[in-house]
Design a binder for this molecule. Structure first.
Ligand SMILES: *Cc1c(COP(=O)(O)O)cnc(C)c1O
Length: 421
């Protein structure tokens, strides 16, 4: 459920007409709903009721500080995957003891930054990383709390680019080697082993792969405890999918997920962490764009928008589907027609949808891409020298620009031409 509905014939973000935002900030832009963000966070938080837990929002999904502060004020922790994300989370006021640091390639500098600023735990992904982390911690007179990310070798049955839990993926250590790696970790003076981490992929639409992975984590917890490790925290990753296509069967709800977590892991009395990104931010954001031209081609009509693949790369990168709806509600009974919906970038990959049924549209009409809140703005670029598009946050009847559109000069002046050119 989200808070983007037609009221009086105009699409609203909560109580704000989307057309008003377009008039104020220009198109294209991203707009997020505070109520939707909070609703999704609370669904997870409540799903784990009765277990000691922390929901750590995977901020790579949408990392604007206004979003981080909104969720942080509601009690969320953060899952960060770079030194930049760590700094951004701290800048948004998230305390270090609510930040977990994931990722396969943490540098010594990034580790030092997090240890100096405060960190809940590092989710370690390899033995070389363990060695560096221990050495850096000792050099600072600290001990780093860690979990080790295990790769359970389960098929998440999702898009290949976002599957992470098979043995051929670069993530984590093979679960079969876990006992040896935990023994190694326990021998390093700069580390304190506190738990196990697992994250098998993104946009999962079935609980079965999660359950298979968590069952392996439960077995491993008992083994590691028998080996003498004090396993007391389980980080279960993120990955629960969202309904991009309204006509498809809806993925499981956070409540179903929470019940499964309790069933498979509840008896272990561990503190539970989860790292949802997409499910919190995905349906909390739209990308709004304007029709530049309607072009009639050979047997097909193209809607050429002012938004492009550099603004929203998911269709080009993951073959992703997004609902695209007109901002002005079509009159009941309006006949639909097929369009190829494209951006202005000079690549055929800059195609959002082919032969999509839409009400008739004309130049200057506004359309909204639904479910664009996660992996949208954060993956945007300035390809084709198109300035990054702004982000707007709505709360009730208020809205504010939370990242402004840079001017052409700002974008161009980042280049320097050496005098010897
Ligand atoms: C990307 C990622 C997540 C979030 O995945 P979603 O599908 O957005 O929920 C969580 N944990 C880790 C380690 C990740 O890399």
């Amino acid at each position: 459920m989200d808070h983007f509905l037609y009221k009086n014939g105009v699409l609203h973000a909560e109580d704000v007409p989307v057309a008003d935002i377009a008039a104020a900030v220009g198109t294209p832009f991203y707009v997020y709903s505070t109520a939707t963000l909070l609703r999704h966070f609370r669904l997870f938080d409540e799903a784990l009721d009765g277990m000691d837990h922390l929901v750590c929002y995977a901020m790579k999904a949408a990392s604007n500080q206004a979003i981080l502060k909104t969720l942080g004020d509601a009690g969320a922790g953060m899952d960060v995957v770079s030194g930049g994300e760590y700094r951004r989370a701290r800048a948004a006021g998230i305390p270090g003891d609510r930040i977990v640091f994931s990722g396969v390639g943490k540098t010594a500098d990034e580790i030092r930054t997090a240890l100096a600023g405060g960190i809940r735990q590092f989710n370690v992904e390899s033995e070389p990383e363990m060695e560096v982390l221990s050495a850096v911690a000792l050099s600072m007179g600290k001990v780093a709390p860690i979990t080790i990310r295990v790769n359970p070798d389960v098929d998440a049955k999702t898009h290949a680019k976002i599957a992470t839990g098979k043995s051929e993926n670069k993530f984590g250590i093979p679960i079969a080697r876990a006992r040896a790696v935990y023994a190694h970790a326990a021998s390093l003076a700069g580390l304190e082993v506190i738990g196990i981490d697992v994250h098998i992929g993104s946009q999962l639409t079935d609980l079965a792969p999660f359950e298979a992975a968590y069952q392996k984590v439960a077995d491993l917890t008992e083994q590691l405890r028998a080996d003498g490790h004090n396993i007391r925290r389980l980080d279960l990753g993120g990955g629960l999918g969202i309904p991009y296509e309204r006509t498809n069967a809806a993925p499981p709800l956070p409540t179903d997920y929470g019940a499964m977590v309790k069933r498979t892991l509840g008896h272990l009395n561990c503190e539970i962490e989860i790292e949802p990104g997409r499910l919190i931010a995905g349906n909390a954001g739209l990308m709004v764009s304007k029709v530049i031209y309607v072009k009639s081609g050979e047997g097909r009509d193209f809607l050429i928008l002012d938004g492009a693949m550099n603004d929203l790369i998911r269709p080009a990168m993951y073959d992703a589907y997004h609902d695209i709806i007109p901002v002005i509600e079509p009159a009941p009974g309006t006949e639909q027609q097929p369009y190829d919906i494209v951006g202005p970038v000079c690549e055929s990959g800059d195609t959002f949808a082919k032969q999509r049924m839409m009400p008739p549209l004309a130049a200057d009409d506004l359309v909204a891409f639904r479910s664009a809140g996660a992996y949208g703005a954060v993956m945007s670029s300035e390809y084709n020298s198109r300035p990054l598009i702004p982000e707007v946050l709505v709360k009730g009847d208020q809205f504010a620009v939370i990242r402004r559109r840079p001017s052409y000069e700002e974008m161009i002046n980042r280049d320097t031409i050496p005098e010897w050119v």
